[in-house]
Design a protein around this ligand. Structure first.
Ligand code: HMS
Length: 239
């Protein structure tokens, strides 16, 4: 039986709420069919993460039936949801959290266009400014890996460590995305599918034109550091 302080319990429950709610975004943006995707979130300050239960329909997901795991992917006994099996990809998510300490969220989908690129084992070239903004360059391909052990996680970490992209196309399988938190990882999955579709269509019409690296650099820097509303970190003003 796991026991946590009130502060730890609050932190866990906040991630449970976020992760449960964020699965609806996968449906909203047509990134999944049936139960074919998953979201997880690291619990800040704890060696724990929350992930969806395997095979449960998105409309049935609640904060209480999310599953709390340690960074080895073991379910924390006696915690809400622990009576169910965690996502099939729990080992992959856990491997990412163990080996990429700045990652706070992981998402996996089989979104159509990104998965079509993954089936070809082809990186998505950075030929539109939206990709430069969000990913800072091409979307890389990770190795073919069978679900069930650390293989997929090793492929994600091996591909994305030191890479600006928050998305990787696991060959013959589909996209995995990472972020500073679960919401950021979901955003990466949404934006990935959008650029995968656009560039696929462009390729049907001809050869897309490359963007000079210096322009990719300036676009990425602007989007990551200027775009949107001033953040408290930049202004010190609480939101
Ligand atoms: O890709 C796969 C299986 O190959 C899984 O991620 C997908 O079916 C979702 O499984 P879970 O419901 O998260 O266990």
């Amino acid at each position: 039986m796991s026991s946590f302080s009130p502060r730890e319990t609050d932190a866990i429950n906040a991630v449970r709420r976020d992760v449960a709610k964020l699965h609806a975004e996968l449906v909203k943006y047509n990134l999944v069919v049936w139960t074919g995707g998953n979201v997880s979130g690291r619990v800040p300050g704890m060696d724990l993460f929350v992930i969806k239960p395997s095979g449960v329909l998105y409309e049935d997901l609640t904060p209480e039936n999310q599953i709390l795991c340690d960074l080895d992917g073991n379910v924390m006994a006696g915690t809400p949801g622990s009576e169910r099996s965690p996502s099939s990809d729990t080992a992959a998510h856990a491997y990412v959290y163990r080996n990429m300490p700045r990652v706070g969220g992981v998402v996996h989908t089989h979104s159509t266009y990104a998965t079509a690129w993954a089936a070809r084992g082809e990186a998505i070239p950075c030929v539109i400014t939206a990709m430069a903004d969000e990913f800072g360059g091409a979307i890389p391909v990770g190795p073919f890996a069978i679900i069930g052990d650390d293989s997929i996680g090793r492929g994600i970490v091996g591909t994305l460590t030191g890479h600006r992209s928050r998305a990787v196309l696991m060959q013959n399988h589909g996209p995995f995305t990472i972020g500073k938190d679960a919401r950021d990882a979901v955003k990466a999955a949404v934006m990935l599918e959008d650029v995968a579709r656009t560039i696929h269509i462009s390729r049907q019409l001809g050869d897309p034109l490359p963007i000079e690296q210096r322009h990719i650099e300036s676009l990425f820097d602007r989007y990551q550091n200027v775009y949107g509303q001033p953040s408290p970190a930049r202004t010190g003003v609480p939101s």
